[in-house]
Design a binder for this molecule. Structure first.
Ligand code: PLP
Length: 391
């Protein structure tokens, strides 16, 4: 079965729910047993790590169905729902570190993960070295005897560097370290993490899985070998997600393939148009042939999502702000992956320690939504007039 069909069928068993197409929303804290024997059987299956319904905090069948669907789509062994994408990132790190360990994190990492590594992880006695996202097999030089985790994210969600995940994974595995990847940009539809050496694939499902900017959720998918450690960690930290939000993720999942195709096509059209404007220094979009990450993207990825960045020339102070303010169809907002187009002023300078962000002028991140691309292009074209009036 192809992936486009799997997103429709995975994790669905209508016979289990009287024929209902969608799994129902289970709301419960307590799960009752009528007899001691039944109670003991439940305890034993839970202890054996069998997915099921034991207590509300461990999730319900609503949760299990989403986890089953996502594991199948990712091509991993098991998925775990977390209350946010950030929680999924943090749980994935915590599952595989202890005091005295050293970990490697890409310099292009999603900002709040850096905040976590520089704060709570330091207090736990776990030391982080940030690495150049373009390091490839040279990551070997940074691996120490106590390096237990290599945390990757490709492309970076602001600066969109494409990492050589197979090369990094090969070196990490040779040293016995676990390879984590934040796969939110490509999703499992456009990057097959487990075929490229990743052990733990993280998805901020808030973005493309939910896809409608109306809930927050994270998903972590692991290999069979690592799934018991991941399960323990998620439960030990009391991570639980509302069944309504889990349901919204299941619902979003079914249309993710068609939405992504559209985000991809629109993103490329916008990126190409922007690259032609004389005030633009560089468009960072791995699907553009001139992009630095294009060769790796072409080798390893099956598509592109709608997120990319634009670096302007050194323009007069208010010009880029005027461009952003003039846009009607692109509002400023955190997050991405919803149906609506977004724009975000970015300055990666402060988020860098291993590499330097070099740009002649201001930068913005764009999320291409599902609007008609011609309207988006007209909007941009109009907003460029405002930009030019300041130059
Ligand atoms: C948004 C995002 C996250 C965090 O997801 P939340 O659901 O907002 O916590 C993690 N990684 C990337 C790449 C993101 O863009």
């Amino acid at each position: 079965m192809r992936i486009g069909t799997k997103v429709i069928t995975a994790g669905r068993d209508p016979d289990r729910y009287s024929g209902a197409v969608n799994p129902p929303v289970y709301r419960t804290s307590t799960v009752l047993s009528g007899t001691v024997a039944d109670w003991q059987k439940r305890q034993a299956t839970r202890a054996a790590g069998v997915p099921g319904m034991y207590y509300g905090r461990h999730g319900t069948l609503t949760t299990r169905d989403l986890e089953e669907a996502f594991a199948e789509i990712e091509g991993g062994h098991r998925s775990f729902v977390c209350p946010s994408g950030l929680a999924a990132c943090i749980m994935s790190i915590l599952a595989f570190v202890k005091s005295g360990d050293h970990i490697l994190i890409t310099d292009s990492v999603y900002g709040p993960v850096r905040t976590f590594a520089d704060g709570p992880l330091v207090r736990m006695g776990v030391q982080t070295t940030y690495y150049d996202p373009l390091i490839g097999a040279d990551i070997k030089k940074l691996i120490q005897p106590n390096t237990t985790v290599v945390y990757t994210e490709a492309p970076g969600s602001h600066t969109l560097e494409v990492q050589d995940i197979p090369a990094i994974a090969a070196e990490a595995h040779a040293a016995g370290a676990v390879v984590l990847m934040d796969n939110t940009w490509a999703t499992p539809l456009f990057f097959r993490a487990f075929n490229h050496g990743v052990d733990v694939s993280i998805q901020a499902a808030t973005k493309y899985v939910i896809g409608h900017s109306d809930a927050m959720l994270g998903l972590v998918t692991t290999t069979q070998q690592l799934s018991p450690a991941m399960e323990r960690c998620v439960h030990e930290y009391g991570q639980i997600t509302s069944p309504d939000d889990v349901y919204l993720a299941q619902r979003g999942l079914r249309t993710m393939q068609v939405r992504l195709e559209r985000h991809w096509a629109t993103g490329v059209r916008l990126a190409r148009w922007l690259a032609e404007q004389r005030e633009v220094s560089r468009v960072i979009h791995p699907a553009l042939p001139e992009d630095k990450g294009h060769a790796l993207w072409k080798r390893d990825f099956l598509g592109a999502s709608g997120l990319f960045s634009v670096v302007f020339n050194d323009l007069p102070g208010a010009a880029v702000d005027a461009f952003i303010d003039e846009l009607e169809l692109f509002n400023i907002g955190a997050s991405w992956g919803g149906f609506e187009s977004l724009i975000l002023p970015i300055d990666p300078t402060a988020q860098r320690t291993a590499t330097k962000w070099a740009a002649p002028g201001k930068a913005v991140r764009i999320h291409a939504g599902l609007e008609d691309v011609d309207d988006l292009l007209e909007d941009m074209s109009n907003a460029f007039k405002a930009l030019r009036s300041h130059c």
